[in-house]
Design a protein around this ligand. Structure first.
Ligand SMILES: *Cc1c(COP(=O)(O)O)cnc(C)c1O
Length: 469
């Protein structure tokens, strides 16, 4: 038995833990967190969470407040993403859940077409840049993944290549608007049209783009949402550019039968009749309430203003990165996501290694995300990059960020690119991660998946192992 502790003492402990985290506000962390730079939005979100903290979204017939909120968010998203009267959907716990549910729906409808398919294993066709949530869905739901290479220059696949991978086993084709690694919008209209011709479902992963692209500007030069015939589902994360706290995303379907196929229902126990729209059973409604409150306070006008600020910062960063000798931007991003690669048109002595850059920038107070190189199924290689997600707050620090990027690049230019060190794997397991991650990332990049996956799992599991103290 342990005695309880005074509340202030416990809260002080929590605050101490939080103090060790990177700053979630202020624009210094360019991935994971999305800061609108608006304390009023944080405040309304916090109050909404508090109001809805005790309710259970498991049963919207009991807690009708949750059903009402979900209807309103789905309707808001349907209007923004150009759905119509037939568009329905769910609020989920995040992008991963939205994507997994779209796969579950497509899988079950694919199987329902023919009794011979009832126990067959369907496939998921996706560009190599598609989010790992789809690999996770395939893993959990027993589908095969058919990856389609993207052009290493533009970061997008050709629609012809995607459609050539579609066959009788394809339950779903995935395209991104835009993709996370390079911020590139896939050829949605052509892929969706081809998929529809073949009677195959097509999901647009707009998890990161769904609440940005509608207001991004004229250079979104193609339709990418439910306005495109043949798009059967779409995901858009409220906890990214909807500026909700973590735990909120939306998945929409063009038709009610697709939404129904996402559900699970059973009466095969002596308890209450179970109907779960999403993966969870008991379901918190705090993030959903906060998401709705933030959307209402902003309106589409407020969202457009936040996107305009995000756009200005992105344009400034694109311009500045282009002027840094030794770096190059991958593709032409549509949206607030940038990937910086070493400029391999220059001699090695003038290149900037992205992994080394990420370490140097971190020392100077900004967090970028290291993205390893990848060999595609056709043998072509997507480069190692440094990723930046720009948010509405970034413009306030953009000149400091630009100066830091330039100074860090000057400091590391010409240093040999980080190389794998096989001894690091063992050392990371016993000693934890070093301060400089370039060597670790280069090692991960070089090892085959069947070696690196268990290693990653062991390192992350060790981080939460009580034996570590
Ligand atoms: C973030 C993201 C996801 C997954 O979302 P989570 O909310 O992290 O689970 C899926 N697709 C894209 C393109 C994303 O950016």
């Amino acid at each position: 038995m342990s005695a309880g502790r005074p509340i202030d003492d416990v809260l002080a402990d929590l605050a101490a833990l939080r103090a060790a985290d990177p700053p979630t506000h202020g624009g210094r962390v360019l991935s994971y967190v999305y800061d609108p730079g608006r304390p009023d939005l944080d405040e309304v979100a916090a109050q909404a969470v508090r109001l809805f903290l005790p309710v259970n979204g498991l049963d919207p017939t009991t807690f009708t407040s949750v059903a009402a909120l979900e209807r309103r968010i789905v309707a808001f998203a349907r209007d923004v993403l150009h759905g119509d009267e037939g568009t329905v959907g769910s609020v989920t716990s995040g992008g991963t859940e939205s994507c997994m549910l779209a796969v579950k729906s497509a899988r079950d409808l694919w199987r329902a077409v023919d009794p011979a398919r009832a126990h067959a294993r369907p496939a998921l066709v996706l560009p190599t840049t598609a989010h790992p949530a789809f690999h996770k869905a395939a893993h959990y739901l027993d589908l095969d993944v058919v990856p389609v290479p993207v052009d290493p220059v533009t970061g997008t696949p050709s629609a012809a290549d995607v459609l050539a991978a579609v066959d009788d086993r394809t339950a779903l084709v995935v395209v991104s608007a835009p993709s996370y690694p390079f911020g590139a919008v896939d050829p949605v209209a052509e892929v969706a049209a081809g998929a529809a011709e073949r009677g195959v479902a097509c999901h647009v992963d707009a998890c990161v783009g769904g609440w940005v692209l509608p207001w991004w500007g004229d250079d979104v030069d193609q339709p990418w949402d439910l306005a495109v015939p043949g798009v059967t589902s779409i995901s858009a994360d409220l906890h990214k550019f909807g500026y909700a706290p973590k735990g909120a995303s939306v998945v929409l379907y063009r038709a009610r039968e697709r939404h129904h196929a996402q559900y699970f229902a059973t009466t095969a126990w002596p308890g209450y009749p179970v109907v779960n729209p999403t993966i969870l059973g008991s379901r918190g409604a705090g993030a959903m309430a906060a998401a709705w409150a933030v959307l209402e306070v902003l309106g589409t006008q407020g969202l457009a203003e936040l996107v305009a600020a995000t756009r200005r910062a992105t344009d400034r960063l694109v311009e500045a990165a282009g002027a840094v000798r030794g770096l190059r931007l991958v593709g032409t991003p549509t949206g607030p996501l940038l990937a910086l690669a070493a400029d391999d048109a220059l001699p090695a002595a003038e290149q900037v290694d992205p992994f080394t850059l990420v370490d140097e920038v971190r020392r100077r107070g900004f967090l970028f995300q290291a993205q390893p190189a990848m060999v595609q199924p056709d043998g072509s290689v997507l480069p190692r990059t440094a990723h930046l997600t720009v948010t509405a707050v970034t413009h306030r620090v953009v000149e400091e960020l630009v100066a830091t990027l330039a100074a860090a690049a000057d400091a590391v230019r010409g240093r040999p690119a980080a190389v794998p060190d096989p001894s690091l794997a063992g050392r990371v397991l016993t000693e934890g991660l070093p301060d400089e991650l370039a060597g670790v990332m280069a090692t991960l990049e070089a090892l085959p998946g069947d070696v690196v996956h268990p290693l990653l799992i062991a390192v992350l599991a060790a981080a939460v192992d009580p034996a570590r103290g």
